[in-house]
Design a protein around this ligand. Structure first.
Ligand code: GLA
Length: 537
């Protein structure tokens, strides 16, 4: 596997995104044929390709925020989630790519006598659809939580068992874009069958969602879950709510790195939400945790109180050079390539520009030096490489054969190596809104418009966006304008001949790599049209 990765790194060395996309196809192929998988049942009735190949979601690791690490169950309510969403915007985290946000386990719904889920209006006065609309209006994506068993872990909320189709319909009605599905209270259930059924129910509900499986590694999800969802927890919880646990986080990182071969675009190992910025963390630990998660192409789900962060924490969470490693379109997970118990060298992460991300972690008490040899990373000893320090933001080189770093306790050196002095940031897509809401005012035909603007915060350009016209209802037309860093989706609605009612369209736009025709990003947004009175033709 190591050799294959090195070959791949070389092959993409001279090219840009076009070759990267072709390499994505290779990644899907090689990851699907991993030999060392334990014997577990495979999902039936679902495509055996990665789920993301169908919906285009999570082709790079999902980024967002979830409440559990900091808050646990209390106080989770609409006010908290709205304040957090506002802070994601004002802190710059949204512009760095964090998008998914919403409640975890926090008593947000109950099952009614009719079997359907009903939001808890005391805690969520706008309802769960209302909260979703608010989050979409901010240009963020809506995340919700449930469980595959009879109840969630605390027992406070109903699980989806025996109500898979009804519940996934409710999540779609509430406009969820991401669903974390826990594995508590699932005694007697077959894990592959249970999560497969939920994936089928999600498809039946008609709204593509990032499916985050949360069985803490039970049932070896890395073997089969790529056909069902987009990410899966590989370990138990990273901390008890409210307090970071450094030793546990490091153990989790070392357990997760061993699963590197199973990750790829649209199928991610999830070592749990981050503890960056939580009580119990220092600045160097924050930097280290974040670097490890980026090197491992982990979902970057922040878990701290983003309403009250110091500048150092914001700078760490929004370091685009580190995020570029996590969000690299090749989607290769880095791993440990050398370890003496105190110092470990993490590499094996080729990047789309032909470079390589490398990390040195020091777990000793004083300070350590580590000489990194090009050959142990898959380069040639004679190669001359530029080195970019992603935390000092300094470039040096070209260096022949090796480079030495000095690292303090619980700290890292996080580097990017390249044959050229350029260190491009891959596309990071940020939208001003994910919802266009229009209202007809007259009984004569009207034309209404609303625009979604998408900005690419990376330094590499995106290929053009395409909206499949077949997917649109007759009342909606979309024109895509712009290019380079900013694209506008101009939505034009014609009300002629419409009956009174609420109309909805979920628009999918694909960012298609021109040579291979592979999707690089799929963008989904909602268009709502309210027609209070029938309109003449
Ligand atoms: C499990 C999950 C956590 C959190 C809690 C909620 O422990 O692993 O991330 O969702 O359930 O009860």
């Amino acid at each position: 596997m190591a050799m294959r990765r090195r070959d791949r790194a070389r092959r993409i060395g001279t090219a840009g995104l076009a070759a990267a996309a072709a390499a994505l196809a290779l990644a899907f192929f090689t990851l699907a044929s991993v030999p060392s998988a334990p014997q577990v049942p495979r999902p039936e009735g679902l495509p055996q390709c990665a789920h993301a190949e169908v919906d285009g979601l999570a082709l790079t690791p999902p980024m967002g925020w979830y409440p559990w690490n900091m808050f646990g169950e209390e106080p989770q309510n609409e006010t908290l989630i709205r304040e957090i969403a506002a802070a994601l915007v004002s802190s710059g985290m949204k512009d760095a790519g964090y998008a998914y946000v919403g409640p975890d386990e926090g008593i947000c719904f109950a099952r009614g006598k009719d079997g359907r889920l009903a939001p808890n209006r005391t805690r969520y006065p706008s309802g769960l659809r209302g909260l979703g609309d608010h989050i979409h209006g901010l240009g963020l994506k809506y995340a919700l939580y449930t469980d595959a068993g009879t109840h969630t872990c605390s027992g406070a909320m109903p699980g989806t068992k025996s109500f898979e189709y009804e519940d996934m319909r409710s999540f779609a009605d509430w406009r969820a874009d991401y669903i974390k599905i826990d594995w508590c209270n699932s005694q007697g259930q077959d894990i592959v069958q249970a999560y497969s059924e939920l994936a089928k129910a999600q498809r039946a509900a008609g709204r593509p969602v990032v499916h985050s499986l949360c069985s803490w590694g039970d049932g070896y999800p890395w073997v089969w879950a790529g056909a069902i969802g987009h990410m899966w927890r590989t370990t138990s919880d990273i901390c008890a709510p409210g307090q970071a646990d450094w030793a546990r986080a490091i153990r989790i990182a070392f357990a997760n790195e061993k699963l590197a071969e199973f990750a790829g675009p649209g199928r991610w190992n999830d070592p749990d939400m981050m503890i960056v910025g939580m009580p119990g963390m220092s600045e160097s630990r924050n930097r280290t945790l974040f670097s490890l998660w980026c090197l491992m192409a982990s979902p970057l789900i922040a878990g701290n109180d983003v309403r009250a962060m110091d500048k150092a924490t914001v700078d760490i969470l929004t370091n685009l050079e580190a995020i570029a490693v996590d969000q690299d379109p090749l989607g290769v997970q880095g791993r440990v390539v050398w370890n003496d118990g105190n110092v470990s060298l993490w590499a094996g992460k080729p990047l789309f520009d032909g470079g390589m991300a490398v990390l040195v972690l020091y777990q000793g008490k004083h300070r350590a030096e580590k000489k990194i040899y090009w050959e142990e990373l898959g380069f040639k000893a004679a190669d001359k490489l530029y080195v970019r320090d992603l935390w000092k933001r300094e470039m040096s080189g070209p260096h022949a054969g090796s480079f030495t770093v000095s690292v303090g306790p619980d700290d890292v050196a996080f580097l990017r190596l390249s044959r050229t002095p350029e260190f491009p940031i891959p596309p990071i897509v940020v939208a001003d809104t994910y919802r266009v809401a229009l209202r007809a005012t007259a009984t004569r035909p009207e034309t209404l418009t609303g625009t979604v603007t998408v900005t690419n915060k990376g330094s590499s350009d995106l290929p053009p966006w395409r909206v499949a016209p077949k997917s649109l209802p007759p009342w909606l037309k979309i024109e895509v304008t712009g290019g380079g860093k900013t694209w506008s989706f101009v939505n034009t609605v014609s009300t002629a001949g419409l009956r009174k009612g609420a109309y909805h369209a979920l628009v999918r736009a694909d960012n298609v790599e021109p040579v291979s025709g592979r999707p690089m990003t799929a963008l989904y947004y909602d268009v709502d049209l309210e027609v209070p009175r029938a309109v003449k033709r």
